[in-house]
Design a binder for this molecule. Structure first.
Ligand code: HCA
Ligand code: CU
Length: 402
């Protein structure tokens, strides 16, 4: 079952570096790699050493950390790139070449025959130099490639016996889950090799496609923290974790989940990028329950409205109270948390006051607490209250109770 033995190839330090605001220093790359390693990702992919002298030095610096994660670098299908990659001491090399008509024409100008020749040449060169290196071959823009071209290339590479893994890449983010399933399934069946999926998020299917790939037998999924990458990026690490967790928590038990919020916060800081409010797990509203009906059930048992337990990620849920959709169970829970003893009928009265005031504007937590304390008789009712003066005709607690 692929879900039981998949590995994450974390590409924040490669694909992620292609994000518009990402330029990591050596120290930052070390910080990211060390935290990803502590989280438990199996592989970390880094920018090609060919990109710049600093990029080459950074690959070496991260290899020298001696992390548990295998360190990979990502190169074009060229001997000179492979040589520089080998010189860094990386554990694995990911080789990619475009196979779509668009890339064959405008990127490298090679025919399918020439692509196969180049692939076999570079792969055998690497194997001769370093037989033990983990070798992956991937086609770029797999989903816009002609199927016959794609299969010719993959089968030639698989038959050569030179690679450990084949990769498929949805480079422009147009794949659907069913198409991803079909292609991955076909490759698993035809080659029996490990299959990696790399999916861009242009049409918002990156997590769904990665999941479909796993369902079809893929063994490796590429992610980046917060999903950063070219344009709007690829499968986010947190999104993939949320997806797998909600299928079966055991699938992600091998990772140190409370580190996920720290990873997202780190990239948010390094790339000067706010975490979107609706981000899976770490978005500011991911664990806020608002409507009275939801709050009541969540207070009785959080699993009623939570597929993900925030505790597992070192996070807390929040019950929003100071709004017109609130319910008295949430208000009672807050009173109990403050150690106040107020009977249910009075709590219901207070709730009506909150709703009525919230029709004008939401109440803050401080205001709710003051109202509850006042109701419990802890604050003398005639002391200045944190509420603005009430307009004529507005309900007060005493009016409601009367
Ligand atoms: C890119 C290359 C790549 C490579 C993916 C892979 C893509 O266009 O920058 O090696 O599997 O999306 O095709 O990131
Ligand atoms: Cu990519």
């Amino acid at each position: 079952m692929p879900f039981d033995r998949f590995a994450i190839i974390e590409s924040t330090l490669r694909e992620g570096e292609q994000f518009s605001t990402a330029t990591f220093t050596t120290a930052q790359k070390i910080e990211v790699a060390a935290m990803l390693d502590a989280f438990g990702v199996e592989m970390i992919e880094m920018t090609s050493p060919v990109a710049s002298p600093q990029s080459a030095a950074d690959v070496r610096a991260v290899v020298d950390l001696g992390l548990n994660a295998r360190i990979l670098t990502h190169i074009r299908c060229k001997r000179e790139d492979a040589l520089q990659a080998l010189e860094t001491g990386v554990h694995g090399i990911d080789i990619v070449i475009g196979t779509s008509p668009q890339l064959m024409q405008h990127s490298h100008g090679k025919s399918v025959r020439e692509i196969i020749d180049a692939a076999l040449d570079v792969l055998s060169f690497v194997r001769e130099q370093q037989p033990g290196v983990i070798l992956r071959f991937s086609t770029e823009d797999s989903f816009r490639s002609k199927e016959s071209d794609l299969l010719r290339v993959y089968l030639a590479v698989a038959d050569s016996g030179l690679v450990d893994r084949l990769g498929v890449a949805d480079t422009v983010g147009i794949a659907t889950p069913s198409r991803t399933f079909e292609l991955v399934h076909q490759l698993v069946r035809l080659t029996g090799l490990d299959i990696e999926f790399h999916g861009h998020n242009d049409s918002c299917c990156a997590v769904a496609n990665a999941t479909a790939a796993l369902e079809a037998g893929a063994t490796h999924i590429d992610t980046t923290i917060l999903g950063i990458g070219e344009r709007n990026g690829i499968t986010p690490l947190g999104g993939l974790i949320a997806r797998l967790y909600t299928l079966n928590r055991d699938y992600v038990a091998k990772y140190d989940l409370p580190l996920l919020p720290q990873l997202d916060a780190l990239i948010s800081r390094l790339c000067d990028l706010p975490i979107p409010f609706n981000n899976t797990i770490t978005g500011s509203s991911a664990f806020i329950h608002k409507a009275g009906i939801h709050a009541k059930a969540v207070l009785a048992d959080p699993s009623t409205y939570e597929a993900i337990n925030p505790d597992d990620f070192g996070l807390m849920r929040e019950i929003a109270i100071g709004h017109r959709l609130t319910g008295w169970n949430a208000v009672r829970d807050r009173a109990a948390a403050l150690g106040l003893s107020i009977d249910d009928a009075t709590i219901q009265d207070v709730t009506r006051v909150i709703k009525s005031r919230a029709d004008e504007r939401p109440l803050t937590g401080v205001e709710i607490d003051a109202l509850l304390r006042e109701t419990a008789g802890i604050t003398p009712p005639h002391l200045p209250t944190p509420f603005p003066s009430r307009g004529e005709g507005e309900n007060t607690l005493s009016e409601v109770r009367a």
